[in-house]
Ligand binder design. Structure first.
Ligand SMILES: NC(=O)c1ccc[n+]([C@@H]2O[C@H](COP(=O)([O-])OP(=O)(O)OC[C@H]3O[C@@H](n4cnc5c(N)ncnc54)[C@H](O)[C@@H]3O)[C@@H](O)[C@H]2O)c1
Ligand SMILES: [Zn+2]
Ligand SMILES: [Zn+2]
Length: 366
């Protein structure tokens, strides 16, 4: 039996999103049906609506979500109805070149549900293979990670994308260690999560760099020990000054801007690491003197989804949240309904929010 549910759909390039009644199939082999409880609004959803990802309209948006398993496919053994899960876009295959080398967080063959959700008989393209601005969604079993159900869904769902990307950029890709100095360029939701991740990893000095004084104030609440307003000072010189003239051990780019990546490159200590988590537009270029690349040593590392492994990291991070050691609640600027996603995109574009989170009703009511 297919389920008719309300969902946010982007039907045409650049057009405002609308709430539609879509059809969600019952789970087949390897699939689970999830009643979505909360889903954050991420920049990537807006990129889909603008046609910046691909042209496979209509898109079912939303991908930063938590909810309750409602039904499982015939061969699904590790989830049962009632389980509280966070959805992820890295259901690893276990068989590709990377999985076989013991590096499943780089899995080259992640998978999604096989059956399609539809709108008036037309197949929907779910954002990042999830599509969770919907009362119910269909995902691959590996995309649903069971965590402690005492976590608020609004907070738990944030680990599904941007917050995990930032935490992991510091903890996993950047391998921030005890006593390190870290500079985070761009303090939106992703950059602030990188700051929180650097603190969890034991960094001694965490420098927040942004153009917006309000964002810098928030960054200190996540653990920044120093701030640099790059609208009025030279960010590279400022980071060097705050690190005895040397530069930071790890510089994290969380904007998606080639000029900022260049600043990260030069604001880093010799043999230091640059992590790029900001997503560039396809036409952006970087141009660095090869002698500087060679001469300064260290590493330049792009970071997808914070190099996380959801089955390993989501339960651990939810435990830290419940212990009060990771403040996921602070990322939530507002909670909204499905009908308010278009407005939330505009607030995001104006830089007014870290995260707007769609809440879809009471979890305990099923
Ligand atoms: N790699 C991944 O897996 C992944 C996952 C999710 C999001 N992202 C990307 O991370 C980036 C950040 O996302 P977000 O949600 O935090 O965005 P955001 O727009 O909320 O935050 C960006 C911040 O950068 C600041 N900024 C802009 N220009 C700057 C400059 N020149 N110098 C310093 N600061 C500057 C802004 O004031 C803002 O605070 C985006 O590119 C997003 O697409 C990456
Ligand atoms: Zn794999
Ligand atoms: Zn996202």
């Amino acid at each position: 039996m297919a389920h008719q549910v309300r969902a946010v759909v982007a039907t045409a390039k650049g057009a405002p999103v609308s709430v539609e009644i879509i059809e969600v199939p019952d789970p087949g082999p390897g699939e689970v049906l999830v009643a979505v409880a909360a889903c954050g609004v991420c920049h990537t959803d807006l990129h889909y609506r603008e046609g910046a990802i691909n042209d496979e309209f209509p898109f079912l948006l939303g991908h930063e979500a938590a909810g309750t398993v409602e039904a499982v496919g015939p061969d699904v053994t590790d989830l049962v109805p009632g389980d509280f899960v966070i959805l992820n876009w890295r259901a690893v295959c276990g068989e590709c070149r990377s999985c076989r080398r013991g590096r499943p967080w780089y899995c080259f063959s992640t998978h999604n549900a096989t059956q399609k959700m539809t709108l008036d008989g037309v197949e929907l393209s779910p954002a990042l293979g999830i599509g969770a601005f919907a009362e119910k969604t269909l995902v691959a079993a590996g995309q649903a990670t069971k965590v402690d159900p005492s976590a608020r869904p609004e907070a738990a769902g944030l680990l599904g994308c941007g917050v995990m990307a930032g935490l992991g950029a510091a903890m996993f890709t950047g391998e921030v260690g005890r006593g390190d100095s870290v500079a985070v360029f761009g303090c939106g939701g992703v950059g602030d999560a990188a700051i929180a991740g650097a603190r969890l990893a034991g960094a001694a000095k965490i420098i927040a760099v942004d153009l917006d004084p309000g964002k810098l104030e928030l960054a200190t609440q996540f653990g920044a020990t120093h701030t640099v307003d790059a609208s009025s000072v030279d960010a590279v010189a400022a980071v060097q000054e705050l690190t005895d003239g040397n530069g930071a051990d790890v510089c994290i780019e969380a904007v998606g801007n080639p000029k900022v990546l260049e600043q990260c490159f030069y604001a880093r200590d010799l043999a230091g690491t640059v992590v790029q988590v900001g997503v560039p537009d396809p036409e952006m270029r970087i141009d660095l003197p090869m002698i500087d690349f060679f001469g300064r040593g260290g590493a330049l590392k792009p970071s997808w989804y914070g190099d996380c492994l959801p089955s390993r990291d989501f339960p651990m991070l939810i435990d830290l949240y419940l212990q009060g050691r990771l403040d996921l609640d602070r990322f939530i600027s507002e909670t909204i309904s499905l009908d308010q996603v278009e407005d939330a995109f505009h607030r995001m574009e104006r830089g007014e929010v870290l995260r707007s989170v769609v809440v879809l009703g009471d979890r305990s009511a099923g």
